[in-house]
Each structure stands twice: as structure tokens, then as C-alpha cells.
Ligand binder design. Structure first.
Ligand code: MCA
Ligand code: AMP
Length: 505
């Protein structure tokens, strides 16, 4: 049986002195060095008395050690639970409690804040810092650089990734080894990754995009990565001539285009630019081709499914579409209420099925039943249509979701917090266009009769409670919220009203 995910992504590189990671400062790590690091960490984790199936929650900065932690969890049969580095202690408390994590790994600068949380939820706490130091690495240093992979099957869980929910509570998407492997292997073929590829990697590694789409593909194909801690324009421009591929959210592309130093010459060696996580404006697609001669390949996915569709590698990459369902993915457009398949060209709910689709939400059978049908189709919450040539178009969302720079924000979570503030009767959070992040949240507050809420104090409370990227960029006081005859808040009217808050008309 072995350990399919470990064997096919990591084990295949055992003993290879080939380049795997090259860092911003020019340092490099070979596959063998990376696997040694991972095995030491796996030994350290085993020494902490963790058992296969235990959850390891990690809020750590991007580094080779952080990536090796993912490999170590796979090797030891532990369920990896990566967390956005922007989450506050209050947010982390929920993830740690909900997942029942046996171990929490954090940056030393957050250790004091997380110690009581870990203690309350009976989790161990270790540190791993951006420079690779920390208590976990100290444990790993004294360990053997060999570790017999835990026996696992493709049906065993490999990762738990939290995605926010429309009710304000995040849900842990359960992903098996088979979910991750099948998608990685499909995408290697579809996007023609080989061991000669060098991926310019500037995405965070706590989400599907940077961790599974980018890293798993490079591992499965035997290529290497220029592994940057974050998106820094100067680093991107400096290192692009050494790369052959890049994956990014639309903000990466608009930021590159906003800099005159980004020229056709810089991308001469590049063979493929991929975009996803949020809609790429057709205008960005066109500008990019004009500047570089490359047509960005846009694809579509979700945390629950990894990737579902992709524009073709060889055929026409059409701006404003997310291409065709990947081989092995069934995709249909259905009536949002009845679930009936709609005729070609009509707009409806996108549903997907395939070996990439997750197993359900961690300990939330009702939410799972609501979104994952018995016949295996997952109801994405995205509205779309399939055109006469078979291209899938995402035209909107049936879920109340804002995507800022590729990060998902569920208004409900912010509204619950705003509603609870002194002097606030009710609130509505809407997404409005933003030139850099695509969309950004704005909070509309309705005061209790005769009261004037203290906007500064409310903004301070929000800062304390929620990750920076979720903070409404503006809080606005209104007398009342627009409602339809059923009493439902008409967010579309609010969005129309504030459409040009951050972008020129
Ligand atoms: C950082 N900030 C943000 C964001 N990122 N605010 C809103 N939206 C964001 N995305 C905060 C910073 O903390 C900072 O706060 C301020 O905004 C400006 O920071 P800046 O330096 O401009 O930001 P940055 O550090 O350059 O980050 C922007 C970024 C980054 C490069 C777009 O957010 C990013 O790498 N995003 C990728 C997200 C991603 O990987 N998504 C995939 C999800 P202050 O003002 O206090 O300093 S997986 C997924 O969606 C599915 C499966 C899929 O299809 O891929
Ligand atoms: P997440 O919850 O982070 O997995 O985000 C998944 C959501 O991102 C999807 O449901 C879509 O709404 C959105 N998304 C991902 N890729 C694209 C894309 N290429 N175009 C439009 N929306 C996208």
C-alpha cells in the first residue's frame, strides 16, 4: 500500500542532487537536501507522540522549512492544516478548537498569544520562524534524516483546509491523498510541466493555489521553484528571466503591468503564465499579451476541489473564460433551486464531480449534505455558463463572497462583529471594485435610534478580531439598509451606490 502521496511527490526524488528550491538570496536546496529536512521534521513530529490522522495546525511564514513541514506531515501520515499568517489569535482559536489539532506550530512572535489557546484546547505548541529557526527545527536537528513513511491509502486524509462559510463559521474541507494526487497529475499533463521547468513561486503556501496547485505540480514533474517569501515586485522582475512558468492571482498581473520595467524581454524564457483564485479582467489579459506576447492561461478551482477547469495549453486561451473542464472532471450548470441541468448557454449553478472533489466538511455533516450531493457533485456556489464552444464562463456568485487579492472574505463574519458593536443596529458588508485587489470590503452601519456609533472604536475592534485583509476599507453610516418587499437586504443596490469608491468612474 505504501504512502501514495509521499511516494509519488516526494519519494521519487530520494537521493537526487537536482535543484528543487532556489531562494531570493541565491541559496539553493536540492531534492535530497529537502527530503532530509522533511524526514528530520517527521522524526521530530513522531517524537511529539503524534499519530497518523492527527491534525497539525501551522501558522508559519513561507520558508523551505515550512514546506518541509508539509512533506513531513504527509510522510508521517498527519493531516496538514495550514493557516493564513494574517489570522488573529481570536480567529486561530476557532480553527484549533474545531479541528481538534494535536499540535499547533506558530512563529515565535505569536507564541505568547497562542500558548493559552493551545492549552485550552489541549494541543502542543512548537515554533517555526520565517528564518527556519524555532523549537521544531531544534528538535529536528538532532533527528535522523530517514523516516519510514506511514502506511496510507489514497482514501486517507492528507489535509484540512478551512474555507469561510456564508454563516460566518469557517468549514474544514477534508482532502484525501487521492484528491491531491489526481489533481496534481492531471495538471502536470494539462500544463505540460517537466523537470526542466522553473516556477516563479511568490504565492503564500497556506492555500490551495500556492501549496497544492503550484508545489504539488512542481514536485510531481521533478522541476524546481524560485521560492520567494511573498510577492515583491523588485524580486519578481529580477528573477523572472530565470523562470519558465509563473502562477499568480490577478493582482500579480496588474501589479506587473503597472511597472514599466516589466517588458517583453524579461519574459523571454517564460513558457507559461497561469492565473486563478479570482476573475482575471479581460482587459488585463489583453494588456498582458500586448506587453509580453504571452496569453495568460486562466483556470478555475476551489479549496474543496482543487482545480476544475483550465483554458487549453495549445488551443485558444480565451479572455474572460476559465476554459474547459479538466480531464476526469464532470461539470454541469444547474438551476440553483431545482438542481436540473440547464440548456447550453444558460446561466446557473456550477456543479463539479471527479477524483479531485473533497470528502466533506470536518465534523459538519449538515453543511456537507447541503453542498455535496449523494451522486458526488459538489455545488460550488459559483454562477456560470458553458458557451457553444464548450468554454466555461464564471459570471457571478450565488454565495455572498468577496475576493480581495485572491483571499476570500465572507461578509457574514464581519457583519456579525459589526452588529455587536455599541450603537449599531445592523450592518451590511459589500465588496466594491478595487484597482489593486480586484474587490475590497466596505462596511455599512445603521445606528440604533438616537445613537452615533464610534467609527474609530469599531475599526479598532475589527483590527483586534480579524485578519488585516478582512478589514473593511471604509465604514459608512447610513440611516437604513435598502430592502426588498420580502425584507431581504438589497446588497446589489449598495454595491451600485459605492461602486466607484476606490476606482474612477
Ligand atoms: C495583504 N493585505 C491585503 C491582502 N494581502 N489586503 C487585502 N487583500 C489582500 N489580498 C494587506 C496587508 O496586510 C497590508 O496591510 C496591506 O493589505 C497592503 O499590503 P501589500 O503589501 O500591498 O500586500 P501584499 O503583501 O503585497 O499582498 C498582496 C498579495 C497577497 C500579493 C495580492 O495578498 C497574495 O499573495 N495573495 C494571494 C492569495 C492566494 O494565494 N489566494 C489563493 C487562495 P497594511 O496596510 O496594514 O500594511 S486558494 C483559491 O482561491 C482557490 C482554490 C484557487 O482557485 O486558487
Ligand atoms: P477558495 O474558497 O479560496 O477556494 O476560493 C474559491 C473561489 O474562488 C471560487 O468559488 C470562485 O468564486 C473563485 N475563483 C477561483 N478561480 C477563479 C477564476 N479563475 N475566475 C473567477 N473566480 C475564481
Amino acid at each position: 500500500m505504501g504512502n501514495p502521496l509521499y511516494d509519488r511527490l516526494f519519494g521519487i526524488h530520494a537521493g537526487k542532487d537536482t535543484a528543487f528550491l532556489s531562494l531570493a538570496d541565491g541559496q539553493t536546496l536540492t531534492h535530497a537536501e529537502f527530503l532530509d529536512m522533511a524526514a528530520r521534521i517527521a522524526n521530530a513530529l513522531a517524537g511529539l507522540e503524534l499519530e497518523p490522522g492527527d491534525r497539525v495546525a501551522a501558522q508559519v511564514e513561507k520558508s523551505p522549512e515550512a514546506l518541509a513541514l508539509y512533506a513531513a506531515c504527509v510522510q508521517a501520515g498527519l493531516i496538514f492544516l495550514p493557516l493564513n499568517t494574517g489570522y488573529t489569535v481570536q480567529e486561530l482559536d476557532y480553527f484549533i478548537e474545531n479541528s481538534g489539532a494535536a499540535l499547533v506550530i506558530c512563529d515565535a512572535r505569536n507564541e505568547a498569544g497562542l500558548t493559552p489557546v493551545a492549552r485550552t484546547h489541549k494541543a502542543r505548541l512548537e515554533t517555526l520562524n520565517a528564518d527556519g529557526s524555532g523549537s521544531l527545527t531544534r528538535r529536528a536537528l538532532g533527528m535522523l534524516s530517514a523516516f519510514e513513511p506511514a502506511r496510507r491509502s489514497e482514501d486517507d486524509l492528507a489535509a484540512l483546509l478551512y474555507t469561510s462559510g456564508t454563516t460566518g463559521r469557517s468549514k474544514g474541507a477534508m482532502l484525501t491523498q487521492g484528491n491531491l494526487l489526481s489533481n496534481a497529475e492531471t495538471l502536470v499533463q494539462d500544463w505540460r510541466f517537466t523537470e526542466s521547468d522553473v516556477l516563479l513561486h511568490a504565492l503564500p503556501i497556506f492555500h490551495t493555489h500556492g501549496l497544492f496547485v503550484a508545489t504539488n505540480i512542481v514536485l510531481a514533474s521533478g522541476g524546481s521553484m524560485i521560492f520567494l517569501p511573498r510577492f515583491d515586485l523588485d524580486d519578481m522582475l529580477r528573477l523572472m528571466p530565470q523562470a519558465t512558468t509563473m502562477m499568480g492571482v490577478p493582482t500579480f498581473y496588474t501589479r506587473l503591468l503597472g511597472d514599466d520595467r516589466f517588458t517583453r524581454d524579461l519574459s523571454q524564457r517564460m513558457r507559461l503564465f497561469i492565473s486563478g483564485s479570482a476573475p482575471l479582467l479581460a482587459e488585463t489579459h489583453v494588456q498582458f499579451e500586448d506587453r509580453t506576447g504571452h496569453r495568460i492561461l486562466e483556470r478555475y478551482g476551489l479549496t474543496e476541489t482543487n482545480m476544475n477547469t483550465s483554458n487549453p495549453y495549445d488551443g485558444d486561451r480565451r479572455a474572460g473564460t476559465v476554459g474547459f473542464p479538466l480531464p476526469s472532471v464532470d461539470l454541469k450548470v444547474t438551476h440553483p433551486e431545482t438542481g436540473e441541468v440547464l440548456p447550453e448557454g444558460e446561466i446557473g449553478m456550477i456543479e463539479v464531480r471527479g477524483p479531485n472533489v473533497f470528502q466533506g466538511y470536518w465534523q459538519m455533516p449538515e453543511k456537507t449534505a447541503a453542498e455535496l450531493r449523494e451522486d458526488g457533485f459538489f455545488v460550488t456556489g459559483d454562477l456560470g455558463r458553458i458557451d457553444e464552444d464548450g468554454y466555461v464562463h464564471i459570471v457571478g456568485r450565488d454565495k455572498d463572497l468577496i475576493i480581495s487579492g485572491g483571499y476570500n472574505i465572507y461578509p457574514k463574519e464581519i457583519e456579525l462583529l459589526l452588529d455587536a458593536q455599541p450603537g449599531v443596529l445592523e450592518s451590511a458588508v459589500i465588496g466594491v471594485p478595487h484597482p489593486d485587489f480586484g474587490e475590497t470590503p466596505v462596511g455599512i452601519l445603521i445606528p440604533e435610534p438616537g445613537q452615533t456609533p464610534d467609527i474609530t472604536a469599531i475599526a479598532d475592534t475589527v483590527r483586534e478580531a480579524l485578519a488585516r485583509f478582512k478589514h473593511p476599507r471604509q465604514l459608512i453610516l447610513l440611516d437604513e439598509l435598502p430592502r426588498n418587499t420580502m425584507g431581504k437586504v438589497q446588497k446589489n443596490l449598495l454595491r451600485d451606490r459605492y461602486e466607484y469608491l476606490f476606482c474612477e468612474a
